[in-house]
Design a protein around this ligand. Structure first.
Ligand SMILES: [Zn+2]
Length: 227
């Protein structure tokens, strides 16, 4: 490689900017925005689909409807937040590992999620966080487990809030949010296809079995306690 010995007058612009003429240092990849415009658009559409499923779930529990509009709005906002935190947890762990990560809708899973509005069994995954860059199954497993782990944490917090709820409407919002959060974690931890559970299972079977059992136990307790 020819080393550049520059005897020519250095352009004034270069001096002003105090940039070296050559450098062997790796250049950092600067990302102007954490979220691209496309990702925000996909997240908004995904949130609306999830909100639709959340509302259909609420309509099955007449108690929430009987308590009035603000309970309905509160519950659907909590449902949508649980979905958003799930996806953002994947993104945060991927970016922490130096990978490119953006949420994108998936037409097939979006349609299944839309069908959940009329179906008694709720499937909630209109899309997923796409990851690009060098990684191995350990990193992919950690990225995958982040979503359900955040669901379990949020749902546990809602569970505790429901236990100490000062009034019945607050209880309904937090209790339905807790069941929704546990259900989302459990569903995504199934070790099949493109679900998070498959990636966690490939990475570490003990970790997968532990978090899967924890989800089942918490879901079981939530149903026994609230229903
Ligand atoms: Zn996920």
């Amino acid at each position: 490689m020819q080393r550049r010995e520059d005897h020519a007058p250095i352009a004034e612009k270069s001096l002003e900017e105090e940039k070296p003429l050559y450098s062997y240092e790796p250049q950092p990849i600067v990302k102007a925005h954490i979220f691209s415009f496309s990702e925000i658009l996909h997240l908004i559409i995904g949130s609306l689909i999830v909100m639709g499923v959340g509302l259909s779930f609420i309509f099955q529990t007449d108690y929430i409807l009987m308590q009035g509009l603000w309970v309905l709005i509160g519950a659907s906002l909590i449902f949508t937040s649980i979905f958003l935190f799930h996806e953002l947890a994947h993104k945060a762990v991927a970016m922490h590992n130096g990978l490119w990560a953006e949420f994108r809708l998936n037409i097939f899973t979006s349609l299944i999620t839309l069908l959940s509005i009329i179906s008694p069994i709720k499937f909630i995954s209109p899309g997923s966080v796409m990851v690009a860059g060098e990684s191995d199954k350990r990193v992919m497993g950690k990225i995958a487990i982040a979503g359900p782990a955040v669901n379990l944490m949020l749902a546990s917090l809602l569970f505790i809030l429901a236990i100490f709820a000062p009034n019945y409407p607050f209880f309904l919002i937090t209790a339905s949010g807790a069941i929704w959060g546990f259900w989302m974690a459990l569903l995504n931890l199934i070790p099949l296809g493109i679900l998070d559970g498959a990636k966690v299972f490939r990475w570490n079977k003990v970790v997968w079995a532990t978090i899967f059992c924890v989800s089942i136990i918490l879901m079981f307790f939530a149903i026994i306690f609230f229903l």
